[in-house]
Design a binder for this molecule. Structure first.
Ligand code: F0G
Length: 465
């Protein structure tokens, strides 16, 4: 064994524990219950060996060694190394048998520059890390590879989630890969066809409940008490461990110099919590010296975190009845609100809310940069514009938007936008018309005749250049 291989195998034996975020009770890492047995609050994965510099060295967690090892793995064809999650396995909870890992080669997502969006927002350089480029089209895959692998290791036959669509699509795929059955609870009529069809294709038992997402979550909490079913919502601490690798990848992409700002959409608040946890851990391990400010943006109609911060200083959850066309984040009672408040405070980030028209405009602007995303992801750009106006983000600071879902997740929204139907019959119709019309590109129905097409081209040349 070479020195490097020897140190790599030592690194792979990471020891983790589960700690309650409410009462602090600690127990050994296992995949049985996702809530604290003492007080019922959420659990988080902690790594006791990292507490001191000496402990880190003993665990083989030397900063430059890790950076080099993780980079080298990008040239490997081993399944674990090809995954943009498990490539970072030294800072993830270890499975007792790595063969239990279920991977679709998630992660390793691209970072793009968004010049048009940068101009629209008023910042010099703007980047997007596109988590919609994951195997099932959303960031959920990075968390699912981790939590579903723990479900498999725990011997569960059934996994389950309540979802606004993306979690269910991802869970169904990972369960199918491992031969596990999956149960999906979704709010009837409130998730996009793209996401629903994925769950069906991957063989999930799919129940459309006559309630909203928060209602689905309540029903599922009871189901998992009564049946031997493993909960794969983001209250599951192993989900967040996988999801945190997007932040590690981002830091790696910027040569371990943090951008000034990272902006993320907020729904159930698992993702913001996960990314924030990674930034804090990377600082603790000495891989970065400065933290980025992590800001969370919500839709005005689903603004529980914004209200929680503004009205209670982050002390008590203010639940809302959620309404937004960005169905992925149509959540009124976010489960991970305490974790999100903690990372906002620790990184000095902001919270902001954006209107439906602002979301629609931002989504079209991201599309016009040739990237595209689903509506929930576009809240990041809409929110950035506000943070720049407020002076919280400065023109010369580096900013990364986390785009969470692929454009093709919600083609209905995009088609309605371009046909001018999105706000028809709503109170925002007039506002939408004046702001959005210049961005609309309605498809044309023409005779099959070259002259007609040439006329269209000439007209567009005259009016748009
Ligand atoms: N963006 C997209 C595309 C999402 O699907 C979600 C959440 C979020 C942002 C918000 O992330 O919940 O971690 O704050 N979707 C979940 C689901 C709730 O069921 O697919 P969060």
């Amino acid at each position: 064994m070479t020195d490097q291989a020897a140190s790599a195998s030592k690194l792979e034996t990471g020891v983790s524990q589960l700690r309650c975020i409410g009462c602090g009770a600690v127990r050994a890492s296992d995949a049985t219950n996702v809530r604290c047995g003492e007080c019922g609050d959420l659990l988080e994965v902690v790594y006791p060996g990292w507490k001191t510099r000496a402990g880190m060295r003993a665990a083989g967690l030397d900063a430059s060694g890790l950076q080099e090892l993780w980079r080298q793995r990008r040239t490997s064809y081993k399944a674990l190394d090809e995954s943009g999650v498990w490539r970072f396995r030294e800072v993830l909870p270890a499975l007792s048998d790595w063969n239990h890992v279920i991977t679709l080669r998630e992660g390793n997502t691209p970072v793009y520059e968004l010049p048009g969006c940068g101009r629209a927002a008023g910042v010099r350089v703007l980047y997007a890390k596109h988590q919609g480029m994951n195997p099932t089209g959303s960031f959920k895959d990075t968390g699912m590879t981790s939590a579903a692998s723990f479900a498999r290791e725990g011997g569960f036959r059934w996994v389950a989630c309540a979802s606004t669509g993306n979690t269910s699509a991802s869970m169904a795929a990972y369960a199918a890969r491992a031969g596990m059955r999956s149960l999906v609870l979704i709010p009837q009529g409130q998730i996009t066809w793209g996401k629903l069809s994925q769950a069906l294709d991957y063989g999930a038992v799919t129940c459309q409940l006559k309630t909203d997402f928060d209602g689905c979550m309540r029903v599922l909490d009871e189901v998992v008490q009564r049946m031997p079913v493993y909960l794969l919502n983001s209250v599951n601490p192993y989900r967040l461990e996988g999801q945190k690798t997007a932040a590690i990848e981002l830091l790696e992409r910027f040569d371990w110099k943090s951008p000034d700002h990272v902006i993320v959409p907020g729904g159930n608040l698992g993702n913001s919590s996960a990314l924030g946890k990674a930034f804090l851990e990377m600082k603790e391990l000495g891989l970065i010296s400065e933290l980025p400010k992590l800001s969370v943006i919500q839709a005005e109609g689903a603004n529980a975190l914004v209200r929680t911060i503004r009205e209670t200083g982050g002390k008590k959850l203010v639940s809302v009845h959620a309404e937004t066309m960005a169905t992925a984040i149509k959540i009124g009672s976010p489960a991970s609100w305490k974790k999100a408040v903690r990372v906002l405070e620790a990184t000095g980030g902001a919270v902001e809310q954006v209107s439906e028209v602002e979301i629609a405009l931002a989504k079209a602007e991201i599309g016009a940069d040739g990237i595209g995303c689903e509506p929930a992801s576009a809240v990041t750009l809409a929110g950035l514009k506000k943070l720049v106006k407020q002076g919280f983000v400065k023109k010369n600071e580096s900013v990364v938007l986390i785009l969470t879902g692929n454009l093709l997740k919600d083609p209905d929204f995009t088609l309605k936008f371009h046909r001018g139907d999105l706000f028809a019959g709503t109170l925002q119709e007039e506002e939408a018309e004046s702001i959005l019309t210049p961005r609309q590109r309605s498809p044309m129905v023409l005779d099959a005749n070259a002259n007609t097409v040439v006329k269209v081209l000439e007209h567009v040349e005259r009016t748009e250049s």
